[in-house]
Design a protein around this ligand. Sequence first.
Ligand code: ZN
Length: 245
Amino acid sequence: MRCLILSDIHANVAAFDAVLADVDTGTIDQVWCLGDVVGYGPSPDECIARLQELPDHCCVAGNHDWAATDRIDIAEFNPVAQIACRWTSQQLTSENRAYLENLPTTLVKGDCTLVHGSPREPIWEYIIYPSTAQPNFQFFDTQLCFVGHTHAPAIFQEQTSSHRFEIRIPSPNESIAIGDERLIVNPGSVGQPRDGDPWAAYMVFEVEKKILEYHRIPYDVGLTQRLMMQKELPESLISRLSFGW
Ligand code: ZN
């Protein structure tokens, strides 16, 4: 079984379409989305529609998905995120609002747990450093846990008597064979990368073979930026897409 793993699409339909074209959805059996389908970007309803068209898809709730439906308070968002969140909230159709509102915080698919932030705190916690990842291994029972939220691809391996804990940043187009080790894996962000590379990020997991493929692909950043300008979204959110931060 081949699973497409997406996170942090953030209403960037040009980036999402580029990923779907690159992966060839005909080869994909399931789609696992790690939340933040909306927020920041110019096309929230279109991105939800694209996701819902995909075969055997599932999605967990991200902080932006719930903030756009008023399920969580946006007081902790920075000022530009608040502006974008209010704009997103005004755009959503009632069906899409209900879809986001009802997303679960955690899903288990075979030997994989899916959350947006962390298994310990699925909506808000960022796993950036090994020191945050390590205690989180106690909060899921599967071998792997897929997370998003930081917008930066990373693989954290659980510390054992023979393995010192570490973080590994995968290389684009790398295939990673997984053994028996427990991992927390972040595929990076489709629609607003923050690791210094503006290209859209995604992963494909070959479940039976236990092979994780990591991909980066270019997309029409200018198209997304023009749409954001038309919708009068904050300038800093528009310019950051050029730089991937
Ligand atoms: Zn996000």
